[in-house]
Ligand binder design. Structure first.
Ligand code: DC
Length: 237
């Protein structure tokens, strides 16, 4: 087989999965939802899953350093995504926690528990199950490096810290939470540092992911760039 033929065959074998990773507030959620809608793909918010675990840890008073207790909690947890991407609800053990999991304290706890092996293993297993049939846009920190290393398209979204904090603030206001911009910037920097320096699946750009700096770009412009790549490389999409 010629080099080109082999490459084409390999490309066809790669799953119809698009991954979008990056730090907090880079605009991943908005862009991922838009891209998924455009392609008629499913949107998978992996961060929401770690946030749901974090909320459960809080509710049950589990010590986030206790691996055995975390493993037990993850074995019994039920996380369900309900509804379409725009109004997607997150149901945790029967309770609608869509708003609760967005609180900054839960974001910090999610970052803490996501360092633990038992939590990561359980969530990655679930994420791969959701992605089994392909046609998904997965968003998170390790979707291109660990969860779906064979994804057909990988993006890494970044933006300057000030802009990320402003965006996060707007997002929080949308959910009814109002915080000072300085507080948000500090919290995000702390979380990014923790997510990037952890031993397991740290926040990192996959070597084959395309870096997009979204500073000064609208979500529509970012999505247009992504679609350009997807369409250029794959006439079918
Ligand atoms: O994307 P987010 O802010 O909702 O994610 C909350 C935390 O969950 C984040 O600080 C780290 C963790 N996370 C992770 O470890 N791996 C992912 N794929 C997604 C999120």
């Amino acid at each position: 087989m010629t080099g080109k033929g082999f490459r084409q065959k390999k490309e066809k074998c790669r799953k119809e999965i698009i991954t979008i990773d990056g730090p907090a507030g880079a605009g991943k959620s908005t862009v991922s939802k838009m891209l998924a809608r455009h392609l008629h793909y499913l949107y998978l918010d992996t961060g929401a899953m770690y946030r749901a675990v974090a909320l459960k840890v809080r509710q049950e008073g589990v010590n986030p350093e206790d691996e055995a207790a975390l493993e037990d909690l993850c074995q019994n947890i039920k996380i369900i995504f309900q509804g379409d991407d725009e109004g997607k609800r997150i149901i945790l053990d029967g309770e609608d926690v869509t708003r609760k999991i967005r609180e900054p304290a839960i974001g910090w706890m999610a970052s803490r528990v996501s360092m633990k092996r038992s939590v990561r293993e359980a969530m990655v297993r679930l994420q791969r199950k959701i992605g089994e049939k392909g046609k998904i846009v997965a968003e998170g920190r390790d979707t291109g490096t660990v969860v779906f290393p064979d994804a057909r398209y990988k993006f890494f979204l970044s933006a300057e810290p000030g802009e990320r904090a402003r965006r996060r603030r707007l997002e929080l206001v949308g959910t009814g939470l109002s915080l000072k911009i300085e507080e948000i910037e500090k919290e995000m920097a702390r979380r990014d540092e923790q997510d990037s320096s952890r031993e397991l699946a740290p926040l990192r750009r996959a070597t084959d992911a395309l870096l997009i700096d979204s500073t000064g770009l609208t979500p529509e412009e970012v999505v247009a760039r992504m679609l350009q790549v997807v369409r250029k490389e794959d006439g079918q999409l």
